[in-house]
Design a binder for this molecule. Structure first.
Ligand code: MN
Length: 247
């Protein structure tokens, strides 16, 4: 989501009002905001890589590394980006960038929890009630109460996690992707990539599955039509061969 940028006017509004205007209104207000053309995550990667290549490691670099993290670049991805870039931008540049990575992302060992992934609606609890119908670990964060007329939950999938093939009988389901990257697939059709902002409208009686990409967490809101007597039918798992075939 685009954030109103005021750094230019705050710091240079008096001295260089035109530069401040271009920075806040054009670079951030117009170019960064073109999220339908290139995702904020990709824009962050381009920006961080460029600053590293130019050897710019002032406060703006830490700001952009932090923005990259907020735009969904995981610590593992950033480490890989800098490792790759070291060969093109130079070893000392990568070293300097890694010091900022440690400051921004921390140096804790990955304990298997979502160290780098912070769902915007929260992680919730391990989705134990449905674990039998998932491969991998998922987490459930209800967004509405049991007595509310409609039910929405945020479901977060660890990398590689997906639910079994299943059918929603009697009522459709809508998925609104809010973080990470994943897949949705209907039986007999190619998989659809899920990224933040993707909305999937699943009609009743359609066999399908949804889950994370192999290398990314994924979080979506699941909204079920409030239809009396609607049920879910859980079928066979999405086996490794089927999962590996999605692209
Ligand atoms: Mn479903």
């Amino acid at each position: 989501m685009a954030v109103k940028q005021t750094a230019g006017r705050n710091q240079l509004g008096v001295v260089a009002p035109k530069f401040a205007e271009l920075n806040d209104d054009v670079l951030f207000g117009e170019v960064w905001a073109r999220e339908d053309k290139l995702s904020p995550k990709m824009r962050s990667i381009v920006t961080v890589v460029t600053l590293v290549a130019k050897g710019i490691f002032d406060s703006s670099f830490e700001h952009h590394m932090t923005t990259a993290k907020n735009n969904g670049v995981t610590r593992d991805e950033m480490a890989e980006i800098l490792t790759h870039e070291a060969f093109y931008a130079g070893w000392p540049n990568a070293w300097a960038a890694f010091r900022t990575l440690l400051a921004v992302y921390g140096n804790e060992a990955d304990d298997g929890a979502a160290a780098d992934f912070k769902p915007m609606f929260g992680m919730g609890d391990p989705n134990d009630a449905y674990a039998a119908y998932f491969i991998g670990q998922s987490y459930l964060k209800p967004l509405t109460g049991a007595d509310d007329p409609i039910h929405m939950s945020n479901v977060t999938f660890e990398p590689g996690c997906r639910n079994n093939w299943h059918v929603h009988h009697g009522a459709g389901q809508i998925l609104i992707v809010v973080g990470g990257r994943g897949w949705y697939q209907e039986w007999g059709k190619p998989a659809v990539e899920l990224v933040p902002g993707t909305v999937i409208n699943i009609p009743p009686e359609v066999k399908h599955w949804h889950g994370a990409a192999a290398d990314s967490w994924m979080s979506h809101i699941a909204f079920s039509e409030p239809v009396e007597g609607a049920t879910n039918e859980w079928l066979e798992p999405v086996d490794d061969e089927q999962y590996a075939a999605v692209r």
